[in-house]
Ligand binder design. Structure first.
Ligand SMILES: *Cc1c(COP(=O)(O)O)cnc(C)c1O
Length: 425
C-alpha cells in the first residue's frame, strides 16, 4: 500500500490505516455499485448511438436558436438515458430549484392542487410554492393550492395517501433524496406502490419526482416505474462533474409539452433557446455521469463505514441499499460538525486554504456551514459537505469526482476529529 498520500497530505498513520481497513471490508457493496454503473453506462451509450451523436452536435448557437440540433439531440439523449419519452435540458436552467419550479408552474393552473406525499419539499422550494413567504409569482399567489402527507418513519404513508389523493388532484409530488432531514432517500421501487395508488385514485394527475442527487444511483429511474416527470440539476449527478451549469426535466410527452411553454413562452416552447458556448460539456457530462455517480456513492459508503465503526450514527449505513449520493453523519457537538466541514474544505482541489463559517443562506431557515471547493461553483457532485447548525448536529456529505479523492476527504476528516479529541477509534 502506498504511503504517498500520507506523506504528501500529512495524514497520520492511524487515520490512514483505519480508513484503508474499512475500505477492504466493502468489496461486496462496491460490486453492487459497479453493477449499477454498468447499467447506466450502457443506457447512456445506447442513447448516443441511437441519436448518432457527432461533433456537429456540440457547435454553439446564437440568437433565437431556431433548429439548434445540439440542443434538440441533447434533449433526446437525456430522455433515453433516463428512461423517459422526452426531456428538456438547458444551460439556462439555473439550478435544481429552478428546474423544479419551471416544471411545477408548467403543469399547474389556477385552482389546481399540488399534493406532496413525501412531506415538506426541499427548503429552497418553500417560497417558490408559497408554503412560506408571499413572493410574487409563487405558486400560491398564482392560485395553486398545496397539501402534503408527511412521511411515516421515513416511508410514504400509504394509508394517509389513500385518504389524501382525490380524483381532481392535479399533481402529486415526491422528493427522492433526503434534503436536510434524517431519513433515507426513497428508492424508485419504494415509490411504485404510491404511483399505483395515484393512478388508481387520480388517473389524470401528474406524478412529479424531485430527482436531485438520485440519478444513476439505482438500476432504474422513477420514470421507469411510471413517474410523469423527474427533475434535477446538472451540477449534481447528471452533469457528471463536467456540465458547467443547467438542469433537466424528463418525462412523458404529455407533461413535457406543457412544461416547455413555461420554459420559454407559450406558443414558442422548446423551439427557441440558443447557447453560445459548446454543448460538448453537457454531452460529456451525461456520458460520465454513471461513473462519476458511482465514484460519489463509493465515497459516501466509505464515509459511512469509517464513522459508524468509530461509534457515530450514519444514515444510510455502509451496507444499506442507496438511492442518492448523500451521506448523513451525526456528530456530538457543533464543534465536531464544523471541524468535519473544514476537513472537507481542506481536501478540496479549489479553495483548500479557505475556512468555511456558518452563515445565513438565502432559501434556508437556519445558519448553514458549507464546504465546497469545486471547479464549478456550488457543485455538489464534487466532494462537498453542508450542515445546518442545529441539533442534532448532522452533516450531509456528498460527491467526490474520484473515489481516491473521496477517500482523502475521509482520511482528513477522521484525522482532524481524532486530533481534536472529538472521536476515538
Ligand atoms: C439540491 C436539491 C434541490 C435543488 O437544489 P439547487 O441547489 O437549487 O440545485 C432540490 N431538492 C433536493 C432534494 C436537492 O438535494
Amino acid at each position: 500500500m502506498s504511503t504517498i498520500e500520507r506523506e504528501l497530505l500529512g495524514i497520520s498513520e492511524r487515520a490512514y490505516s483505519y480508513v484503508r481497513q474499512c475500505e477492504s471490508e466493502l468489496a461486496d457493496v462496491f460490486a453492487r455499485i459497479d453493477d449499477i454503473e454498468a447499467a447506466g453506462q450502457a443506457r447512456v451509450l445506447a442513447a448516443f448511438q441511437q441519436e448518432g451523436i457527432a461533433l456537429r452536435h456540440f457547435a454553439p448557437t446564437t440568437g433565437y436558436g431556431y433548429d439548434d440540433i445540439g440542443r434538440d439531440a441533447l434533449d433526446r439523449v437525456f430522455a433515453a438515458s433516463l428512461e423517459a419519452e422526452d426531456a428538456l435540458v438547458r444551460p439556462q436552467i439555473t439550478s435544481g430549484t429552478h428546474a423544479i419550479f419551471t416544471a411545477l408552474s408548467g403543469l399547474l393552473e389556477p385552482g389546481d392542487t399540488m399534493l406532496s406525499l413525501t412531506g415538506a419539499p426541499y427548503d429552497t422550494l418553500e417560497k417558490a410554492i408559497g408554503i412560506s413567504g408571499n413572493e410574487y409569482n409563487s405558486l400560491a399567489r398564482m392560485g395553486v393550492k398545496y397539501a402534503q402527507v408527511d412521511l411515516l418513519d421515513g416511508s410514504i404513508d400509504l394509508e394517509a395517501a389513500e385518504k389524501a389523493v382525490f380524483p381532481e388532484v392535479k399533481l402529486v409530488y415526491f422528493q427522492r433524496s433526503r434534503g436536510y432531514s434524517w431519513r433515507n432517500a426513497l428508492t424508485p421501487e419504494e415509490m411504485l406502490p404510491a404511483f399505483e395508488l395515484v393512478r388508481r385514485k387520480a388517473p389524470n394527475a401528474f406524478i412529479v419526482v424531485d430527482n436531485c442527487y438520485g440519478g444513476f444511483t439505482r438500476m432504474h429511474e422513477p420514470t421507469y416505474y411510471g413517474a410523469d416527470v423527474i427533475i434535477g440539476s446538472l451540477i449534481k449527478n447528471l452533469g457528471g462533474g463536467i456540465a458547467p451549469t443547467g438542469g433537466y426535466i424528463a418525462g412523458t410527452k404529455r407533461a413535457i409539452e406543457r412544461i416547455e411553454m413555461k420554459l420559454t413562452v407559450p406558443g414558442m416552447g422548446r423551439e427557441v433557446g440558443s447557447y453560445a458556448g459548446s454543448y460538448a460539456p453537457f454531452y460529456q457530462g451525461l456520458f460520465m455521469a454513471p461513473h462519476i455517480t458511482a465514484q460519489a456513492v463509493k465515497s459516501a459508503v466509505l464515509f459511512a463505514r469509517v464513522f459508524e465503526k468509530a461509534g457515530m450514527t450514519s444514515m444510510p449505513s455502509s451496507t444499506d441499499e442507496r438511492s442518492d449520493i448523500v451521506q448523513s453523519l451525526r456528530f456530538n457537538s457543533a464543534e465536531a460538525l464544523i471541524s468535519f466541514c473544514r476537513s472537507i474544505q481542506k481536501a478540496a482541489p479549489v479553495d483548500s486554504f479557505v475556512q468555511p463559517e456558518p452563515w445565513d443562506m438565502p432559501g434556508y431557515t437556519s445558519q448553514v456551514i458549507m464546504a465546497a471547493g469545486a471547479f464549478v461553483q456550488g457543485s455538489s457532485i464534487e466532494l462537498s459537505a453542508d450542515a445546518p447548525i442545529v441539533e442534532p448536529y448532522t452533516a450531509y456529505v456528498q460527491g467526490g469526482l474520484t473515489f481516491a479523492h473521496g477517500r482523502i476527504g475521509v482520511m482528513y476528516a477522521l484525522d482532524d476529529l481524532l486530533k481534536a479529541g472529538e472521536i476515538s477509534i
